[in-house]
Design a protein around this ligand. Structure first.
Ligand SMILES: [Zn+2]
Length: 67
């Protein structure tokens, strides 16, 4: 039987840093994120994403609140 594995994937929201508009919901791997920080010192976030309100690509940061 195949089991559903619950990995370290976390659902998170992405909101625009400029206008705080909640734009995306995404999943990210917590383990990969930590590993990346340890090895390269870089973080996946903030991400450059298109914001409808700003009508341009802006930095998007993680938002803990998921609706
Ligand atoms: Zn915006």
């Amino acid at each position: 039987m195949a089991k559903k594995k619950k990995g370290p994937r976390q659902a998170t929201g992405l909101k625009c840093k400029v206008c705080s508009n909640f734009n995306y919901i995404t999943e990210y791997n917590k383990m990969n994120e930590q590993l990346k920080k340890q090895t390269t010192g870089e973080s996946t976030f903030p991400l450059m994403k298109y914001c409808k309100r700003c009508r341009k690509s802006t930095e998007h940061v993680m938002s803990k609140k998921l609706k």
